[in-house]
Each structure stands twice: as structure tokens, then as C-alpha cells.
Write a protein that binds this ligand. Structure first.
Ligand code: HEM
Length: 466
């Protein structure tokens, strides 16, 4: 009896202590709800891989605004609302470089040590060269290059809009950002380039994660593109533009790279090539497709274009910064197309645990944000599925600000450095195509069938330039 009396307070104390300890543990380490599967390592990989964007949205509906998907040995924690987005963009405990280093290695063979040594320096150079204040330096060359490419198209015909955009935009971008004349003029080589870039771009998502022997065609195209830069790197570095002014973007990048290594210049060439073409081309396609499928918007744009440049069809008209400012509706259409066709996910690595909505996200997780779904949340964008360029009237573009929660160019310290260049390039492309040709779609607006986390990927839709 005496023993029992002695035992009770000790037992209560121990039990109480354990409860408090467990409660504190639970409070501190409450993980977000997790979607996995009984198969070790693969987890939800099969279902996620089949239709990643649909899977993300279903998980949000099931689990709430913060959730983790375990797939292929990775823990991906998704944030979908303010607090999580804030952490994603501003927390010192999440890191861009750590998140993208591995995909950069797989897709361009840039070794880890070189990547970490050079990344920030290169970002600063790119941001400076392509910054809003410098975009006027590209306008004249972009206009000349587009005129040249459009001349090759002839005066009328029927073609696949997706092909049309790529056949015009790729050479213009490469001649402007890399080196005038780098793009092939030989028809066979041009075809080869398009084929290899298409294979590389379409397989990019898998290529960034899987071992290369799974993806033989992708690997072949990657080697072909790398060899293209290997052959041309010396010429790219020493080339002087006809006007003798500043160095091209890739020349500025290679100046930095070659302070560290000469071996990996082609790899940086390939990484830049993909970054500059992979999103800009599908967005140009979608902007044109949206404009052509909205007759009222199309008509207003044509009226504005003729009020700025006069009668359509004039040969090689000049386009100034001022002209582009008067064609704001086209810029709104581009931004609205980007909103609707934004990348599926952007990512950061958690390097120290972060707390979001009372959950603790552990270090090692990939923190994921889906611009695609964020742009479809009616809390942030009214009637989110509709193409409504006029919603951009509220954005302070003069002050370089987009709409709140517009995340297509990422955000935070390493937001897309090419965004102002992309907007200018696409705007010039659309002005010149709509000025030169009377266009109409022959098929209905295509659906975005490819629900890939990397966005882009438009299906074919024919257009008829007359
Ligand atoms: C509509 C077109 C474009 C879209 C939607 C887009 C989107 C993005 C996104 C989402 C990121 C990741 C940012 C983050 O995680 O916070 C990014 C990075 C990047 N973009 Fe773009 N981009 C576009 C056009 C371009 C162009 C034309 C260029 C080059 C001229 C370019 C160069 C880059 C580079 C180099 C990075 C990596 C930056 C780094 O390593 O820190 N982008 N872009």
C-alpha cells in the first residue's frame, strides 16, 4: 500500500513529462499532410508522373493549402496561399541554387562546384544586360531580325501557327542574344536544329531527373546541341557586332565563365539557349492564338497598329520604344497569355526547417509553388479561366510591377532575368506579324493538352496569313 502511494506521484510526473514532451514535439514538428503510396521510394511517382498538374490540384483540394507529395525519393511540399508564398519568396531558409543545381547538371552537364561558384555572378550580369533600362538597346536589332525572317516567309499561305512562331522566333533570339549569323541559313541544318531542340525541350522535364540511359533520343539531341556550341564557341567569343557596340548576352556570360573554366563554355551556351527559347516561343504562340480567337480584341489591336504605323503592309517599317508604348493592349495580351499558360511549378530547397501555417517543413524538402494554379485561384484573379487583357490595366508596368500573385517569372532574388527582354521580343514579333499579314485561325483555339509542370507545350493550330 505504501509502495503504491509512493509510485503514484512518480508515475504521474513521468507521464505528465512525457505528454508535455510529446506535445511540444508535435507542435514543433507537425508536418504538412503527405500524399504517398505503399511502394517505397517511388511513392506517388506513377500517378504524379501521369498528369502532374492535375495531381497537384487534387492534392490541394484533399489536403488544404500546404501539403507534401512523396515521389521518386523526393519530398515536395507545395504552398498555395499567402503565408507559404511569402516564405517561398523571402525566407533565408529556402534556397534557389540548391534546388536547381541537380537539374542543371542533368540537362547541361554543368558540374556542381562550377555551378555554385558562378551562379550569382552570372545572374547579376544577365539581370543587368536584360534589365528594363537596357531593353531599348535590343529594339532596333530585334525589329531588323524579325523583318528578315518574315521576308523569308513570303506574302501569303497556310501554315501551322506553332511552326510559324518557332521558325521566326528562334533565329531572331539566337542572332540577337548569341551572335549575328550563328543561326543556320542552310535549310537542312535549320531542320536538324529544330528537330534536336524540339526533342531536347520536350524531354527536358524527364531529362532533368532521370539517368540519361533512359532517354536515348533526348541524350542524342543534347549532345548535338552541345557540339553546336563546341564548334562555335571561339567564334562567338571573338565576334564583334557590325555596330561595334556592346557584347552580346552570351559573350558577357562567357567572359565570366572563362575566368573559372574553359571547359564548360558550351554547357553554359546550351543552358542559355534553352532558357531564352523554351518559354518565349509557346507564349508567342498562345498570345497570337488568343488574339485571333477574340475578334473584338483582334480588331482593336489592328486599329491601334494602323493608327501608329499607317496602312498595313509597308515594307520594313521602323518600330521605336515610343511606338511600343502606344500598343499597350498587345503587352496586356502577352501578360494575360503568360498568366494562363504559366509554368506549372517553380522550386526552392528548404535548408533549415520553416514554419508555414503551423506546419514545420523539414530541411531537405523541395518547396514548390505552382504559378499555373495560383493564376487560376479566383481569390487572386477574378474569372481566372477567361482571357481578359484589360485586367492588366491595374498593373503598374511603368514602375516594373506586375499584378499581385502573378508568378510566371518566379520571384524573389532570382526572378527570371529575361522577363523584360521576353516581353519586348514577343511584342515586336506580334506587331510585325499582325501588320504584315491578315491572319485568321483555321481551327478552334487548341486546348492545352500537355499538363506538364514546365508549362509551354502548345498543340498545333493552323493559321492563315494572307
Ligand atoms: C515568357 C517567357 C519567359 C518565362 C515565362 C520565364 C520564366 C522563368 C521562370 C519561372 C524562371 C525561374 C525563376 C524562379 O524560380 O524564381 C526563369 C528563370 C530564368 N530565365 Fe526566364 N522566362 C521567360 C523568358 C526568358 C528569356 C527570353 C530569357 C533569356 C533571354 C530567360 C532567361 C532565364 C534565366 C537565365 C533563368 C535562370 C535564372 C537563374 O539561374 O538565376 N527567360 N524564367
Amino acid at each position: 500500500m505504501e509502495d503504491m502511494e509512493l509510485f503514484s506521484p512518480i508515475a504521474v510526473a513521468v507521464l505528465g513529462g512525457c505528454t508535455i514532451f510529446l506535445f511540444l514535439q508535435w507542435k514543433g514538428l507537425r508536418r504538412p499532410p503527405c500524399i504517398q503510396c505503399w511502394i517505397p521510394w517511388i511513392g506517388a511517382g506513377f500517378d504524379f508522373g501521369k498528369a502532374p498538374l492535375e495531381f497537384i490540384e487534387k492534392a490541394r483540394i484533399k489536403c488544404g493549402p500546404v501539403f507534401t507529395i512523396c515521389a521518386m525519393g523526393k519530398r515536395m511540399t507545395f504552398v498555395t496561399e499567402e503565408e507559404g508564398i511569402d516564405t517561398f519568396l523571402k525566407s533565408k531558409n529556402v534556397d534557389f541554387e540548391q534546388a536547381v543545381q541537380d537539374p542543371v547538371y542533368h540537362t547541361a552537364w554543368i558540374p556542381k562546384n562550377i555551378f555554385f561558384t558562378l551562379h550569382e555572378k552570372l545572374y547579376v550580369i544577365m539581370k543587368g544586360k536584360l534589365g528594363m533600362a537596357n531593353i531599348h538597346q535590343f529594339t532596333e536589332q530585334l525589329v531588323e531580325e524579325f523583318h528578315e525572317q518574315l521576308e523569308n516567309l513570303g506574302s501569303h499561305g497556310t501554315t501551322d501557327l506553332n511552326d510559324l512562331v518557332r521558325y521566326v522566333l528562334y533565329p531572331v533570339t539566337i542572332n540577337t542574344l548569341f551572335k549575328k549569323g550563328l543561326f543556320f541559313t542552310n535549310e537542312k541544318k535549320v531542320k536538324e536544329f529544330y528537330q534536336h531542340f524540339k526533342t531536347y525541350d520536350e524531354g527536358f522535364e524527364y531529362g532533368s531527373q532521370l539517368p540519361e540511359w533512359f532517354l536515348r533520343n533526348w541524350s542524342k539531341s543534347k549532345r548535338w546541341l552541345l557540339a553546336l556550341f563546341q564548334t562555335n564557341v571561339q567564334e562567338i567569343k571573338t565576334h564583334k557586332s557590325a555596330k561595334g557596340n556592346s557584347r552580346t548576352l552570351i559573350q558577357a556570360v562567357l567572359d565570366i565563365v572563362e575566368m573559372e573554366t574553359h571547359e564548360h563554355s558550351p554547357n553554359y551556351g546550351l543552358a542559355m539557349l534553352w532558357a531564352s527559347l523554351a518559354n518565349a516561343a509557346p507564349i508567342t504562340f498562345w498570345t497570337l492564338a488568343f488574339i485571333l480567337s477574340h475578334p473584338d480584341i483582334h480588331k482593336t489591336i489592328l486599329e491601334r497598329i494602323s493608327s501608329v504605323f499607317g496602312t498595313a503592309g509597308k515594307d520594313k517599317m521602323k518600330v521605336s520604344e515610343e511606338d511600343l508604348k502606344q500598343l499597350l493592349l498587345i503587352k496586356w495580351c502577352i501578360l494575360e497569355a503568360i498568366r494562363l499558360r504559366a509554368p506549372g511549378v517553380i522550386t526552392r530547397k528548404v535548408v533549415k526547417p520553416v514554419t508555414i501555417l503551423n506546419y514545420t517543413v523539414p530541411s531537405g524538402d523541395l518547396l514548390m509553388l505552382s504559378p499555373f494554379w495560383l493564376h487560376r485561384n479566383p481569390k487572386y484573379f477574378s474569372e481566372p479561366e477567361l482571357f481578359k487583357p484589360e485586367r492588366w490595366e491595374k498593373a503598374n508596368l511603368e514602375k516594373h510591377a506586375f499584378l499581385d500573385c502573378f508568378m510566371a517569372f518566379g520571384g524573389g532574388k532570382f526572378q527570371c532575368p529575361g522577363r523584360w527582354f521576353a516581353l519586348a521580343e514577343i511584342q515586336i514579333c506580334i506587331v510585325l506579324i499582325l501588320y504584315k499579314y491578315e491572319c485568321s485561325l483555321l481551327d478552334p483555339l487548341p486546348k492545352q493538352v500537355c499538363l506538364s509542370p514546365f508549362g509551354g507545350c502548345p498543340p498545333a493550330g493552323r493559321a492563315m496569313p494572307n
